[in-house]
Design a protein around this ligand. Structure first.
Ligand code: NAP
Ligand code: HSE
Length: 442
């Protein structure tokens, strides 16, 4: 039997992800040793409560509440505890003491990534984070390594399993938002505070990470435009279905080239959007994730799979552990993050896309012309108008009757669309702006 040297692996966190990482390290020890050329020795698991119930059975002797000695004795530290502190402090301690670090913590990377990557580069350590975006799906490595010789134009994806699960149930089961969210939480997809999912903070963190990587530019979380799915009512889902669309929460990172100057900028944004039912992203169901990458030479690539879950996310963590361990065997410095392009960041007001605006209006002569005039006055070109669809056309008894207007636009600038909607909302003939949704992938 081949004898190997040991690479010491410390786990910070033994919850949904951590317990499954420990399980793989223990159960596949020999196979992993043959792949790495060294035995991956799990030295301990730092947790808050040693007696807490774990998703898998693990030897009690591995658990500790004292993270620091564990970190100081490790070659590789795997941070799967989540949150900002003490995760940040522990990762800095690990890097500064010469260990490589693997993390699944998108919240930490999106807020303190620059600091952590700078320290990793200074000390020549590796900081890997495949599991931080889209769970089991390999997307970080393809962007960082496989496409490093190409020029990425656009990354568009469903990167939050909880909101996809909710929107999918609202669409396919006609479930309510509240009931679908309760199920997503019960199934373990949602963050400890599901506001992070529903209000798209989680997706924005992932968009910040993807945009920074894809465009070799620092894209801080604050510069990612964010809209969550709270306003997506059953009525809005039904209207989308009627028009041949499905609603998905999308994270989009794109290179935008100014036609006049040829200067590139980066836009990073997260919002619920209408996707044509025949688009491949429309068939991403339940808590699955999918990411489309368009690159200059490679063309369109699609990555699909489980975006969350203990064993699934542990798979992505373990890929990083094996890579980091191989470097311990071979030697040499870690790879640093490249931010050489340093492209300017584009505000959402400068983005161009097409829209569907749904209005409830008075059902009387001249209303359509008045509404169309507002679009024209704000430089937004109308592509289609449909009246009286789906929503009951009559208003309350004794009042003038109302009807629904669905207006689809050609590509328009976000700032022009925003002023159009503001002006529409002030028209006496408009009783409600039911929804304003961007159309993507059409
Ligand atoms: P989790 O189930 O809540 O587990 C967190 C673990 O960290 C627990 O074992 C907890 O200890 C430990 N912990 C928390 N704070 C600690 C502290 N201050 N000191 C020591 N231990 C501490 O979380 P998770 O779902 O595994 O997620 C872990 C990370 O992976 C997060 O960054 C998350 O965003 C990311 N992630 C998760 C998924 C997923 O599907 N779950 C997918 C992708 C990425 P106790 O057990 O004693 O409470
Ligand atoms: N809450 C996250 C989601 C977990 O629903 O996608 C994976 O990052």
């Amino acid at each position: 039997m081949t004898e190997y040297r040991s690479v010491r692996v410390a786990l910070l966190g033994g919850g949904t992800v951590g317990a499954n990482v420990a399980k793989i390290l223990l159960e596949h020890k020999e196979e992993l040793a043959a792949r790495v050329g060294a035995t991956l020795e799990l030295t301990g698991i730092a947790v808050r409560n040693i007696d807490a119930k774990r998703p898998v059975d693990l030897p009690a002797a591995l658990f500790t509440t004292d993270a620091r000695p564990l970190i100081l004795g490790a070659d590789i530290v795997v941070e799967v505890m989540g949150g900002i502190e003490p995760a940040r402090e522990y990762i800095l301690l690990a890097l500064n003491s010469g260990a490589d670090v693997i993390t699944a913590n998108k919240a930490l990377l999106a807020t303190h990534g620059t600091e952590l990557f700078d320290v990793a580069e200074r000390v020549g350590a590796q900081l890997y984070y495949e599991a931080a975006v889209a769970g089991a799906i390999p997307i970080i490595r393809p962007l960082r390594d496989s496409l490093a010789g190409d020029r990425v134009q656009r990354v568009m994806g469903i990167v939050n399993g909880t909101t996809n699960y909710i929107l999918d149930r609202m669409d396919s089961e006609k479930d309510t938002f509240e009931s679908a969210l309760a199920m997503a939480t019960e199934l373990g997809y949602a963050e400890a505070d599901p506001t992070a999912d529903v209000d798209a903070f989680d997706a924005a963190q992932k968009a910040s990470i993807l945009a920074s990587l894809a465009f070799h530019t620092e894209v801080p979380l604050e510069s990612v435009y964010r809209e969550g799915i709270r306003d997506i009512s059953a009525e809005v889902v039904e209207l989308a279905r009627y028009a041949g669309f499905v609603i998905k929460l999308l994270a989009i990172a794109e290179r935008v080239t100014d036609e006049a100057t040829g200067i590139d900028s980066v836009s990073a944004r997260v919002y619920p959007a209408l996707i044509p039912r025949e688009h491949p992203l429309a068939s991403v169901h339940k808590a699955n994730n999918a990411v489309f990458v368009q690159a200059e030479a490679a063309g369109s690539l699609m990555f699909y799979g489980a975006g969350a879950g203990g064993p699934e996310t542990a798979s992505a963590v373990m890929g990083d552990v094996v890579s980091a361990a191989r470097r311990h065997v071979i030697g040499g410095p870690g790879k640093s993050e490249s931010k050489h392009a340093n492209l300017p960041l584009l505000p959402i007001s400068e983005i161009e896309t097409s829209y569907h605006v749904v209005l409830r209006v008075a059902d009387e002569p001249g209303v359509l012309a008045t509404v169309a005039g507002v679009f024209h006055d704000h430089n937004v070109s109308v592509e289609l108008v449909e009246q009286g669809v789906f929503v009951p056309a009559s208003g309350p008894a004794g009042k003038a009757s109302t009807t629904t207007l669905v207006i689809g636009t050609h590509e328009a600038r976000e700032s022009d669309l925003a002023s159009t909607v503001l002006a529409l909302s002030k028209l006496p003939v408009v009783s409600a702006v039911v929804s304003v949704l961007r159309v993507e992938g059409a």
